[in-house]
Design a protein around this ligand. Structure first.
Ligand code: SF4
Length: 285
């Protein structure tokens, strides 16, 4: 993997498209993703962004935005003013096209520095989206940040299975992500499990019951309707659907999402979000 670092002029990107209904801005501490060769990278929709990849294979590069915390501080007043004029609030999705806590975060500390900067200059709302349990290493900062803004930590756990046939392992074990959710939740940090994209679940009742015990809410989304194409075509062009179908042929149909939502609602009544509404923090009553 090619690992580089480079400065960025403005790390706060004004959102457009589907993400505009979730937050006013997105923030990518890295360009590319070092989890691109793990299970989540197989169907990852970001790999189809040619502007971002510049033709490079997904998972082959990571660029650390070395001045991201400085850039956040410098651009904060202007972007806050813009959000207050044009959106409901100054809200940030961190991150939508990279993992904020890749293994290389231990060396670069880009996301850690941004979170500390946010203690001084908080947004109105922060959605911290991650696949990695290392988010719990920042528990103290997150607890303080939760006092300064509306914070939700979204931890992706797409299935209760550690492996799907023929695909690489998860970037982080399912068990470790559950443990991180438990730690954050116990510390009073608003924690949401995002089951997205929904993968075949071995024991749905046990899975959602476990989520109910360690999270404030759950969000489910299917690759059909959730991958940025109208019919799941982007994901169908990858190896993910075939592996899902091998485990459970029903799981590649949209009806599977409906069935799993029904199970989730049994265990988390009023705390289940679906599709983009769920990512926005709107749950079904
Ligand atoms: S961690 Fe997120 S951005 Fe990275 S490969 Fe997985 S899904 Fe894509």
């Amino acid at each position: 993997m090619e690992i580089t670092s480079a400065p960025i002029r403005n790390v706060l990107t004004r959102t457009s498209g589907y993400l505009a209904s979730v937050t006013s801005h997105s923030l990518q501490p890295y360009r590319g993703c070092s989890l691109g060769n793990s299970l989540c990278g197989i169907g990852c929709y970001v790999q189809h962004n040619r502007y971002l990849t510049r033709g490079r294979p997904w998972g082959s590069f990571l660029e650390a935005r070395e001045n991201a915390a400085d850039s956040y501080r410098r651009n904060y007043p202007r972007e806050r003013r813009w959000a207050e004029r044009n959106r409901e609030a100054f809200s940030i999705f961190l991150s939508s096209s990279t993992e904020p806590f890749p293994p290389q975060e231990a060396r670069f500390r880009i996301t850690g520095q941004i979170l500390e900067e946010m203690l001084v200059h908080p947004p109105d709302e922060l959605v911290l989206q991650t696949h990695r349990p290392q988010v719990a290493d920042h528990l103290d900062v997150l607890r303080d940040l939760g006092d300064r803004c509306r914070l939700r930590v979204h931890i992706s756990i797409e299935t209760d299975r550690e492996r799907l046939p023929g695909l690489p392992a998860h970037g982080s074990p399912v068990e470790e992500r559950f443990e991180a959710a438990r730690k954050l939740s116990r510390a009073g940090v608003a924690t949401v499990i995002t089951v997205s994209p929904l993968l075949p679940i071995r024991a749905p009742d046990a899975f959602f019951e476990r989520i109910a015990q360690c999270a404030d809410a759950v969000v489910l989304d299917h690759f059909i309707g959730g991958d940025g194409s109208t019919d799941g075509g982007r994901t169908r062009a990858t190896a993910l659907p075939a592996a899902m179908a091998q485990v459970d042929p029903d799981s590649v149909e949209l009806g599977y999402l409906d069935r799993m939502v029904t199970v989730a609602e049994r265990h988390l009544p009023g705390r289940v979000g679906v599709h983009i509404e769920g990512f926005s923090g709107r749950y079904r009553s």
